[in-house]
Design a protein around this ligand. Structure first.
Ligand code: MG
Length: 384
C-alpha cells in the first residue's frame, strides 16, 4: 500500500537503486518527514526502538557475560551497517535504506545466538516454528509498541523486504507481496542484497578476530586459508617486526577490504554486462546481482567452513550452546505451564496463541535476563 505522501528523492542514486520515486509505501498511511527523507526516518526509528537496544546484551558467538571484548549483536549490526554503506555508496545505491536493513536484520534474534534460536524453533514445532528473520519482521510490524496510530514501526515495504532475508514457502504464502519473491524466484533490491552479504562479510571477519583473541581459533588453521596466508605474507613483507596484535588486525582488515573491493567490482561488471537499467531489472534476475568473482566466492565459503569447524563447533562454544538451549527449553516449558508468568497475563484464545506469546517473550530477552529468569524459577543464583 502506498501512502501517497510527497517525498524528497534520494540524491545521486543509480537508475537501479531504490529511490523515493519507486519505493513501496507504509502499511499505515503517514505524512512525510520534514527534514529527512523516508529512508532516513526508517533508519532512525530502528535506532530508537527497544529491540535495537537489547542487541547490546545478546550473543553473537560468545555469551554476553563471557567478556567485554567480544562482539555482541549490537556491534555486529553496526559493522554490517558500515560495510553495507561502503558497498552501497560505491554502487550508487540508497545508503540510508541499506543501513536501515543492516541495523534491523537481527532484531528478532533470540538470546544465546543460533543455539537459542534452534532451541526455540524446536519448542515451537507444533505451533508453526520459529525463524529469526520472520521474527525480525514481527518486531518491526507488530511487537514494538511506541506509536499512537499503529503497531510496530510502520517501516517502508523496501526496508521490510530487506529484513526478510529467508523465509519458508509456507510462511511466504501468507505474507502477500513480501513473500512473493520466495515463491516466484525473483530478487530483492540491491540494497537488500548488500545487507545480506555485508552480514556474512562482517561475521566472517569479526569472528576470526574474536576467535583468535579468545584462544579458541588456531592461527595455524587460518593460515591454511590461501587469502589469509597471502595477506599475512604481504603485511610481514611491509612491516617485518609487527607485533601479533597489530598483525592480526592488519591481516583481517586487508582480507575484509579484499572481499568488499571484489564484490563492488564484480557487481559493477555484472550490472554492465547484463544491461541492468532499473530496479525492475534487478528484481527479475534469477540469481543475485551482488556477487563475488568465482575465486573470491570460493575463498568466502572456505572461510565460513573453517570458522564453522574450528570456532562454532569448538567444544567450549558447544558446551555453552548446550547450556543455553536448556535454559530456553526450560523457560518455554515454565511459561507454557503457567501463562500467568507472562507480561500479558494468562489470557489466550488457544495453545497456539499462548505459544506465540511465549516465543515472542523469550526471543525478546537478553542473555542475562534469560539466565536471571531461569535462575529465579529454578531457585538458584544466576552467573555473574
Ligand atoms: Mg547478522
Amino acid at each position: 500500500m502506498r501512502d501517497g505522501a510527497e517525498m524528497t528523492p534520494v540524491a545521486s542514486c543509480a537508475a537501479y537503486a531504490v529511490t523515493g520515486h519507486n519505493r513501496g509505501g507504509r502499511m499505515h498511511p503517514e505524512s512525510g518527514p520534514r527534514w529527512r527523507d523516508e529512508f532516513q526516518r526508517d533508519r532512525d526509528r530502528i535506532i530508537h526502538c527497544s529491540a535495537f537496544r537489547r542487541l547490546e546484551y545478546k550473543t553473537q558467538v560468545f555469551v554476553n557475560h563471557e567478556g567485554d571484548m567480544f562482539r555482541t549483536r549490537l556491534t555486529h549490526s553496526l559493522e554490517v551497517a558500515q560495510i553495507g554503506r561502503s558497498i552501497a555508496r560505491a554502487l550508487g545505491l540508497n545508503e540510508d535504506l541499506t543501513e536501515a536493513i543492516a541495523l534491523a536484520h537481527d532484531l528478532g534474534h533470540t538470546p544465546f545466538g543460533h543455539a537459542g534460536q534452534s532451541a526455540l524453533n524446536a519448542c515451537m514445532q507444533e505451533f508453526g516454528g520459529f525463524e529469526h528473520n520472520l521474527q525480525s519482521l514481527r518486531v518491526v510490524e507488530l511487537l514494538e509498541s511506541r506509536y499512537p496510530d499503529f503497531p510496530g514501526l510502520n517501516l517502508l515495504f523496501d526496508t521490510r523486504e530487506g529484513i526478510l532475508k529467508h523465509c519458508s514457502v509456507i510462511n511466504a504464502r501468507r505474507l502477500g507481496e513480501l513473500g512473493r519473491r520466495f515463491l516466484e524466484g525473483g530478487q530483492p533490491s540491491l540494497e537488500a542484497q548488500i545487507a545480506n552479504v555485508a552480514d556474512e562479510i562482517a561475521y566472517n571477519h569479526h569472528d576470526m578476530d574474536d576467535g583468535l583473541r579468545a584462544g579458541l581459533l588456531d592461527l595455524e588453521r587460518l593460515r591454511a586459508h590461501a587469502l589469509h596466508a597471502e595477506m599475512e605474507r604481504e603485511v610481514l613483507r611491509k612491516w617485518p617486526r609487527l607485533d601479533a596484535k597489530r598483525l592480526r588486525h592488519t591481516v583481517i582488515r586487508g582480507m575484509l577490504n579484499h572481499f568488499v573491493s571484489d564484490i563492488i567490482a564484480s557487481t559493477l561488471a555484472a550490472i554492465e554486462e547484463l544491461g541492468i537499467a532499473s530496479l525492475e531489472d534487478v528484481r527479475r534476475q534469477r540469481r543475485p546481482l551482488l556477487r563475488f568473482t568465482p575465486e573470491v566466492q570460493a575463498a568466502h565459503l572456505e572461510l565460513k567452513r573453517i570458522l564453522r569447524h574450528e570456532l562454532y563447533e569448538h567444544p567450549k562454544v558447544m558446551e555453552m550452546a548446550a547450556r543455553s538451549q536448556a535454559i530456553v527449553r526450560d523457560l518455554f516449558e515454565i511459561y507454557m505451564n503457567d501463562g500467568a508468568q507472562l507480561p500479558e497475563g494468562p489470557v489466550f484464545d488457544s495453545p497456539e496463541a499462548q505459544a506465540r506469546a511465549v516465543s515472542d517473550y523469550i526471543a525478546g530477552m537478553t542473555d542475562r535476563f534469560a539466565m536471571a529468569e531461569h535462575a529465579r524459577y529454578r531457585g538458584h543464583s544466576a552467573p555473574d
